[in-house]
Design a protein around this ligand. Structure first.
Ligand code: SAH
Ligand code: SF4
Length: 381
């Protein structure tokens, strides 16, 4: 049941990228170099537990070994292109990749958990009509190293900001940033393996959620090959409605999507989260709520209602005042577990579906009012 081997991504320059290598690939590399096996574990801990940004930080590795490593592999690290802090504690980082692409991660602190929303691709190919990332198209998949490094850079910066104890202030991860994680499954799986490893940040699968627009065959694989939690972006209750919002529905319509959900191997007490973006006048009527309750009947489900976050120019609007609450009440009356997702970081355009790095949005995109980019350690002024 293991995933096929990931062809190790290379860093610019053609050498394999150390941060993308799995535990066994690191072991093989160390063996090829004629080094003792324990070096692989040391390396993995530096790379993924401490989030080392460079080989120079790995002070307990001999200079000779580090020099040899430089000949065999490269180490890429994301750099902060921007950091914006919201009045509600949310922080949005824009990271620059080694080849100059921009991606975003969002930190959302709550009393009982500290969650990072992680990106899986530069842009997204799926073109949902209401989503800012969808308007960018897909530039490329992120490598496993780029996926996990968002977590490492955030942890490091959060320690600097006094947001929690090292080496890992973050408690939860959600793959709800830029991109469709299941469209980049091989790299997502490799990243999850690194993030859940005890010689890495050692996240519990209960604290990691992967969100998908509904790539049915890959959802099945994720269910078989991992134990992380699944969130499905349903967003509509009829195929006509969903076809218009999410082109992926023409490939895997609601019936097939929900059949796959019913068939997923579910651990005791687990539920699938269904995300439902409330679009004013489009999918937020009482009849939609009733249809939603009928569709989800019998599935261990939890519904996250997300009032639309405005993206000017896409032609959608948030539900009118009181509509989200009325929709919620109708679901609850039909025995569904449902919540309205809090809008976080709206003042810094960090909310769900608003991620699209400035560079890709084009020049002249308005900056967030009252939130000047911060300067500080790790953030280029
Ligand atoms: N591609 C994955 C994960 C990223 S999108 C997916 O689609 O599930 C994360 C969530 O943001 C999805 O549920 C999506 O429906 C929602 N979303 C996209 N644009 C939004 C917007 N403008 N306002 C509110 N939610 C939005
Ligand atoms: Fe891609 Fe998700 Fe946005 Fe759809 S909602 S375009 S799948 S990121």
């Amino acid at each position: 049941m293991t995933a096929p081997p990931v062809s190790a991504p290379t860093a610019p320059g053609g050498l394999p990228d150390l941060r993308s290598l799995s535990r066994s690939e690191l072991q093989a590399l160390v063996a090829r170099m004629g080094e003792k096996p324990f070096r692989a574990r040391q390396l993995q801990r530096w790379l993924h537990r401490n989030g080392a940004a460079s080989l120079d930080e790995m002070t307990d590795l001999s200079r000779g070994f580090r020099e040899a490593l430089r000949r065999h592999a490269a180490l890429t690290t994301l750099t902060a292109a921007d950091e914006r802090r919201s009045s509600d504690g949310t922080i949005k980082w824009t990271w620059r990749t080694a080849d100059g692409r921009l991606i975003e991660s969002v930190y959302m602190p709550e009393t009982d958990r500290k969650t990072l929303c992680v990106s899986s691709q530069v842009g997204c190919a799926l073109g949902c009509t209401f989503c800012m990332t969808g308007t960018m198209g897909l530039t490329r998949h992120l490598t496993p190293g780029e996926i996990v490094d968002q977590v490492h850079r955030a942890n490091r910066r959060l320690i600097e900001l006094g947001e929690g104890p090292g080496p890992r202030p973050l408690t939860n991860l959600v793959f709800m940033g830029m991109g469709e994680p299941l469209h980049n499954y091989e790299h997502l799986k490799a990243a999850l393996d690194l993030l859940l490893d005890e010689d890495g940040p050692n996240f519990s699968h209960r604290h990691v959620t992967v969100s998908t627009s509904g790539l049915v065959p890959v959802m099945r694989r994720l269910g078989e090959e991992t134990q992380v939690k699944l969130a499905v972006s349903l967003n509509a209750t009829t195929d006509a409605q969903r076809d218009a919002l999410m082109p992926i529905n023409r490939r895997w319509p609601i019936g097939e999507l929900l059949r796959a959900c019913r068939e997923l191997p579910m651990r005791q007490g687990r539920r699938i989260t269904f995300e439902y973006v409330l679009l004013g006048g489009v999918n937020d009527a009482d009849e939609d709520a009733d249809r939603l309750a009928r569709l989800l009947h019998g599935i261990p489900a939890k519904v996250n209602l997300i009032p639309y976050n405005d993206n000017p120019g896409l032609g959608f609007r948030a539900p009118s005042p009181g509509r989200a609450e009325a929709f919620l009440e109708r679901l609850v009356a039909r025995q569904l577990t449902a919540v309205i997702r809090k809008n976080r970081g709206r003042d810094i355009a960090a909310a769900c579906g608003q991620l699209a790095a400035e560079g890709a949005r084009g020049a002249g995109a308005p900056g967030p009012a009252g939130n000047a980019p911060l300067t500080g350690p790790g953030v280029p002024g």
